[in-house]
Each structure stands twice: as structure tokens, then as C-alpha cells.
Design a protein around this ligand. Sequence first.
Ligand SMILES: C[S@@+](CC[C@H](N)C(=O)[O-])C[C@H]1O[C@@H](n2cnc3c(N)ncnc32)[C@H](O)[C@@H]1O
Ligand SMILES: *[C@@H]1O[C@H](CO)[C@@H](O)[C@H](O)[C@H]1NC(C)=O
Ligand SMILES: *[C@@H]1O[C@H](CO)[C@@H](O)[C@H](O)[C@H]1NC(C)=O
Ligand SMILES: *[C@@H]1O[C@H](CO)[C@@H](O)[C@H](O)[C@H]1NC(C)=O
Length: 320
Amino acid sequence: MKTEQYQKRQTATATDKCFRIGRPTAYFILLLLTYTVGYLSASSSTSHPPSPSFTSAVTATNYSSPPSSSSSNQLLDPFRVTTRCVDPIPSELVRQTLLDRFFNGSTPFQDFPADHAAKLLRPTIVKGWGSNGAVFENLIPKVKPRTIIEVGTFLGASALHMAELTRKLGLQTQIICIYDFCGWAGFGDRFENLPMINGDVLLRYQFMQNVVTSNKTGSIIPVPYSSGSALIELCELGVFADLVEIDAGHDFLSAWSDINRGYRILRPGGVLFGHDYFTAADNRGVRRAVDLFARVNGLKVKVDGQHWVIDSVELYYDSS
Ligand SMILES: C[S@@+](CC[C@H](N)C(=O)[O-])C[C@H]1O[C@@H](n2cnc3c(N)ncnc32)[C@H](O)[C@@H]1O
Ligand SMILES: *[C@@H]1O[C@H](CO)[C@@H](O)[C@H](O)[C@H]1NC(C)=O
Ligand SMILES: *[C@@H]1O[C@H](CO)[C@@H](O)[C@H](O)[C@H]1NC(C)=O
Ligand SMILES: *[C@@H]1O[C@H](CO)[C@@H](O)[C@H](O)[C@H]1NC(C)=O
């Protein structure tokens, strides 16, 4: 497990390392945060014209501040992201909506696998991190999710685990796997047995093969894009989830952005959770992003093994 965690930490970017330099970087952090929050909440983006504006789906920006009297809380006011997505579509429409939007109406598992990939795949190659942690067994029977969104899937270890748990409970759950299927710079050092065609590591094919081997093609839907653009799209489609698992980029800015965007598409009563909260001594990006998010929104962070958990019960922008 130690080496797994070490490996996982290696996926943090150089940006994350900047954040560990020391106190003088505080102003720098504030600047970067303001930039990130500005990007998330800007009503029209001039610096990112090609990407759809996150707030084009905004129907309201009302929010009432959580109790904040101290000056440090007021300092955090600008970090509140108040974007709201379009109204959620019914759970039973989620699968077809995604197939229509991303796969021209049919399942990507049709005629799988293509000839050029078939000969390079193995029935199953799975490698995960905390993918069988107790948090899944604790949350799934409690929440009984119709829709789960996983951000950061890799070869599908945690997604397949959740699919099996929901199957055993007899739930009709769709698990949406947001993943760019690219690995990360240098990941091949650790996974040299994964095949490659023209420099492309067939993660998408091997993940899909894992799903086929486990007979879960009816309950798992890959959304093969980077977390930012995929979460924006789900917000604009009204695809909400009862459970959102955040496990993609582990640097502060990636985690901050995924957490904020993931929370926007959580159904009332849903749960946001993610891997890598770790110990009090470990001030890595994920933990700081989770703590800041909880603080600016007046939410509670629960810890379940290596995972953090935030209930959606107190939507701070709820004006009721
Ligand atoms: C720790 S792994 C996920 C493991 C998986 N949840 C499991 O337990 O089996 C994190 C994954 O997130 C991916 N990732 C990093 N940044 C991402 C982004 N912006 N969008 C989508 N995936 C990303 C990485 O390539 C990596 O495969
Ligand atoms: C936002 O606030 C305005 C004025 O208080 C109110 O009329 C409107 O209904 C609110 N919208 C939502 C979605 O809460
Ligand atoms: C999408 O589906 C339509 C009809 O179902 C078909 O005519 C079209 O060629 C398909 N497009 C692609 C890119 O497969
Ligand atoms: C595969 O899953 C389907 C439900 O999606 C089920 O009806 C079928 O019996 C399963 N097949 C096997 C071989 O387990």
C-alpha cells in the first residue's frame, strides 16, 4: 500500500509542489485561487473561448452566506462558487442522454473491440488505489444511488467494485466514468505491460475490456473527456448524481476544481466523496482543497479510512 500511495502521489503536478514551498507563497496561492474561482464562476470567459462557459447553464446565482462574523471568514467570501446547473433530468433518462450526447446514440460497447485493439488486450488488467475501501460499502447501501459519477477512473477498479456492490443490492444504478484515458506523464514506467499503438496507451480499450469481462456493460458508461470539460457538460445537460466520487488530479487546483464542479451536480441528499484525505500530518493538495471547500460552504468533512466524505444536505445557496 505504501508504494501505491507513493506512486499515486507522483501523479501530483509541479503546481502542487509549488504549494508546499512555504508561507511566503500565501499571496501567490490567493492569486491562483482567485484565478481558478474566477474561471469557474466567470459569466463570460474571454481567456477560454473554445470551451463552453461553465455558467452558461447558470439559472440563478443566489446564495446566502453561511454564518461568518470573523474577518478570516470574510476573506474566504470570494472563493464561494455559486454556479447552478440546469434542473436535473430524471435518473431514468441519464443513460440515453449520455449515449446520445457522446456516442451518437448507441453504446460504445457495440462491436467491441475494434480489430486493431483486440489482439493487444487481455481479459482483465486492473490496478486501483483504495478502490475496495470500506467507504463504498458504507455509502452505497445507505444512499441507494440511481446515478454515480466517478471522476478519475484509470482501469476501472473502483468503478467495477461499485458496479458489483449495486448489482448485489439489486439497484438499477448507472455509473458514469469520467476519464480522459491518457494515464499521466511517466505512468508507463510503472505500467510497462500496457500495450501501445502509435504512442497511444490503450487505456480506453483495456478499461472497456475489463467492463466486458465483468459483464457490467449495462451499468457503466465511459465519458472519455478530461474532468473539467466533462463536468461542465453534465452540468449543462442536467445530469446529476446521488454519489459523486472525486479521484482524478491530486494537485490542489485540480482537486479544488473537480470538487466544486462535482458538488454542483449532486442531487439533494447526495454524497460527494473522494480518495486521499490521509493524515493530519499530510498537507497534500486534496486535503487542502477538501478542507477549504467545506469551510467556505459551511459543510462538514467526514473521514472514512483513506476517503473524505461530504453530505450535500446543506446547500448554502438554498435561499429557503
Ligand atoms: C488514482 S487514479 C484513479 C483510480 C480509480 N479511481 C481506482 O481507484 O481504480 C487517478 C486517475 O485520474 C486521472 N486524471 C488526472 N487528471 C484528470 C483529469 N483532469 N481528467 C480526468 N482524469 C484525470 C489520472 O490519469 C488517473 O488515471
Ligand atoms: C433569487 O433571489 C430572488 C430575490 O430574492 C428571488 O426572487 C428568486 O426567486 C431567487 N431565486 C432562486 C432560484 O432562489
Ligand atoms: C450517427 O447516427 C446516424 C443515424 O443513427 C448516422 O446516420 C450517422 O452516420 C452516425 N454518425 C457517426 C459519426 O457514426
Ligand atoms: C450479465 O448481466 C446481466 C444484467 O446486466 C444479466 O442479466 C446476465 O445474467 C449476466 N450474465 C452473466 C453471464 O452473468
